[in-house]
Design a protein around this ligand. Structure first.
Ligand code: ADP
Length: 182
């Protein structure tokens, strides 16, 4: 069970869980948000082209995102598995991911769905202080999540593992590991 996608609203703790799971399972953590922020920090052309979308909490156009993920998944270190965090974020991206994996005879093992109340996550994010963490942008990201990303849970219904994301970080990690073992 090492080809995983994590799905959950912004602020659900996906990134934190992805980091821990990556260590425990020995597979790379691939966060599209982190990849975009690294491009922005490095001042690359891709970074300049996506900055506005991140600042406003909008999805970066699929062509840009899909290409970046396709390149990352071509790296050797993903051969034994990976944890995708923040991708796919809509059905079109999920279809592209299926295709990318099928090209090398792979498929996803599981989609981990983090369940948490919107009010809880908005409060968490307001405390985080990232540049795209003001209330208006946060509310917009939650809206994008519900309308674009949540439908993935139906798309992936045969392989979804639902996890209660409320609790201590290591408690949540253990819930995921237990669910993956079953
Ligand atoms: P959060 O989980 O708080 O939304 P992320 O770090 O995952 O934060 O993403 C930050 C921003 O990066 C998103 O608001 C969006 O602009 C962009 N982004 C990340 N992943 C994707 C994706 N798969 N498709 C399009 N845009 C993305």
């Amino acid at each position: 069970m090492t080809r995983l996608v994590l799905v959950g609203p912004p602020g659900a703790g996906k990134g934190t869980q992805a980091g821990t799971l990556s260590e425990k399972l020995g597979v790379p953590h691939i966060s599209t948000g982190d990849l975009f922020r690294a491009h922005i920090g490095d001042g690359t052309e891709l970074g300049r082209s996506v900055q506005g979308f991140l600042d406003e909490g909008k999805l970066v156009p699929d062509e840009v995102t899909n290409e970046m993920v396709r390149e990352r998944l071509a790296d050797e270190d993903t051969a034994g598995g990976f944890i995708l965090d923040g991708f796919p974020r809509n059905i079109a991206q999920a279809e592209v991911l299926d295709k990318i994996l099928a090209e090398s005879g792979q498929k996803l093992d599981a989609v981990v769905s983090f369940q948490i109340d919107e009010d809880v996550v908005v409060a968490r994010l307001l405390g985080r202080g990232r540049k795209d963490d003001n209330e208006e942008v946060i509310r917009h990201r939650q809206h994008v999540y519900r309308s674009e990303t949540e439908p993935l849970l139906n798309y992936y219904r045969d392989i979804v593992l639902t996890i209660d994301a409320v609790g201590e970080v290591n408690e949540v990690t253990n819930r995921v590991l237990n669910a993956l073992d079953k």
